[in-house]
Write a protein that binds this ligand. Sequence first.
Ligand SMILES: [Fe+2]
Length: 504
Amino acid sequence: MEHLIPLFDFSPYVGAREETLDLIRQFAAHDAFRSAQVEELELDEDFYRRPLRPEDLAFLQFKKPVRAETVSRLPSLASQRLLLSLNEVAVARLPRDGGGEAFAHFDAYYGERNQVLGARIRPFLENYAFDFAGHEAVSGITVDAYGKRLVNLIADEKVFWAELFELLQRNDYLLEGLRFILIQRWCLAPSRRVAVARAAASGFFDAVAPGDQPRLATGLSTGFAVTSPHDTLLARAAQFAGVAKQAHSYWQFYLPTSLAKCNLLYALSARPNRAFALFGAAYAAEAEALAFNSALVEACPHLLGKTEAAALVWHDAPRELSGRFQRALAQIETHYGVSALGQFGQGWGAGEKLAARARWDLGEQLRWLSRIEQYCQFAKQIALRVALECPDIDRETFIEPREMCSTTHVHNDHRLVVIESGEMIFWGNLGMQLKMNPGDMVLIPDGRLHGSTVVSDECTYHQPIIPDDWIAALSAAGGAAGNTTAHAAMAMETEIQAEMSANS
Ligand SMILES: [Fe+2]
């Protein structure tokens, strides 16, 4: 297995960093990628509009590649947003109508400028963003062993969803949480499918019988409402949760780890010599989709019209997938031997790892959003400590005019937002509106996606940067005082640590 070439390796690209960074800035300077205006929190089914926060590219250095531990941070978010944008300049979405303005946007998005610049920065960004993925393949893994890993992935995903739905219910955040989840799963489904369908049409899966290939791509021809019962189910849930528009109207709410799963499929599907790796990654994506859909049926049977026939479909689906997966692997092994099986393992391992990191990222985002009032309380405790112990703590201060809107983003550290004067609306989910007045504050943990808009003539606010050990100390002190929220925060920290070490 030692002859396997890594799927991704950033080291050869380090030397080209400065010139590529310049090209990245040029690509992101296109009008389609400018930061969002206040009215663009939700985009109006505009496929050609993708706010990238190009201003961040003035300071992002792209020096150290993304690691499993840093998938939720700004360099990862910026890379994944860039990648989905440039990957989809090869996906035709026709103009909204025959008008001149619609055609001008159509031409501008797909113009040679975006095609060529995108192609030039893509290898750098892919190797930067996925350097950590795909190193898990080892020799001697049998088809049976991979079969068990498929079963385990489905099981891990199902447990995650069951626990997450339970937490959302407990925190009275089920509908809002479902909305955020469906933005990740439903709105990005067409992107995942395009990547795999294009590869299938290009012969990537010809190593196995048509009936034994991964099936993310079925029903593509009709666009979004496809593949009963999976898509009927998702479409109903999306409608119910208020996620009715087409991709990528909710662009600002995609987590970097959700984007990464699409971009991994796009990256492998652009490399014919990684066809066996794409098998692995695509099967991992199919297993994830199956686990989510079946967890959704269990969490929301009333909503989704669970019938005995539908239940049977869900009951049989993992067995069908498992059989197909093992037949595909047996054919790959028979015809192409251990090298192909090894490359399959690289793609499968990358898919498995991204799935685990995405579970962690989404779980953290929803734990935070579903208890945002408690994070306002945490902020007050921390602010008190800052005032007593460290009034000169590192902080950024912003003075912003009315309707100044920050495109959603993440920070690489824990921060408070503390309003000194004026008013702001703060959000981390579609439809969320946390009104903040002078004296109000909220804790934003490292890597949590958020944005804000100023709703007064001017707003002055501070962002003190909070050291990691203060977050832990806050939990410990609150726990000693019998503070249940602090207990919860401590449990959360423990979970993060466990998950990080399990996946690092
Ligand atoms: Fe921020």
